[in-house]
Write a protein that binds this ligand. Structure first.
Ligand code: GDP
Length: 195
């Protein structure tokens, strides 16, 4: 897809602040520092619209980006940051759960994982949750530039097996650094937004 317009809309703290124009939404979930902001910036050809390494601990904000006036990227707060308190974790959990359950415009969740490592316990829990709510998921294995291509398949299998991936969910190899997987990920997104 050719991105001609991308705007940061709001850092929403609750449903009252979510946009009400019914455009399709693509959510991004992943542990903090996995590379979600870099992925967003790469997908929309911008250096710095999504803030990279945004403050961990801002557990209650959903960052909305509107793309080409036709869809939103909704960036969830990164999980798995050690210094986040138990009560903040609970706030995160109930906010995300409510969003996943009630947001009718949600079309696809991008679960962003580091290709170099097996999924964390939090990644596994996140995917279990998405399966439980029967939401379509695309697992995006980022930082692919950091390992040789000859090992990609092996790492992909480890991730797929650990998550117990459903056959209907897709898997995209990605690198924000080198642009690997960008077109494939746009194709996945467009299949779910009906663009
Ligand atoms: P976020 O916390 O998930 O938003 O993660 P960021 O996008 O801020 O990325 C965390 C760190 O990983 C930064 O230092 C990025 O430059 C780096 N990074 C992100 N994506 C990639 C990638 O595809 N390849 C490489 N080599 N580094 C990446």
């Amino acid at each position: 897809m050719k991105v001609t317009k991308a705007e940061f809309i709001i850092s929403a703290v609750g449903p009252d602040q979510y946009p009400d124009d019914a455009l399709p939404e693509i959510a991004l979930a992943g542990r903090s520092n996995v590379g979600k902001s870099s992925l967003i910036n790469r997908m929309i050809n911008r250096k710095n619209l999504a803030r990279t390494s945004s403050t961990p601990g801002k557990t209650q904000h959903l960052n909305y980006y509107r793309i080409n006036d036709s869809m939103y990227f909704v960036d969830f707060p990164g999980y798995g940051y050690a210094k986040v308190s138990k009560s903040q974790r609970q706030v995160w959990g109930s906010m995300i759960e409510k969003y996943l359950l009630e947001r009718d415009t949600l079309k696809l969740v991008l679960l962003v994982i580091d290709l170099r490592h097996p999924p964390s316990k939090d990644d596994e829990l996140m995917y279990d949750w998405l399966k439980h709510y029967d939401l379509p998921v695309c697992v995006v294995a980022t930082k692919a530039d950091k390992i040789p291509k000859s090992r990609w398949q092996k790492h992909m299998k480890i991730i797929k097996d650990a998550l117990v991936m459903r056959p209907q969910d897709s898997f995209v190899m990605f690198s924000s650094e080198e642009g690997i997987g960008k077109d494939e990920l746009w194709n996945q997104i467009m299949q779910h937004t009906g663009e």
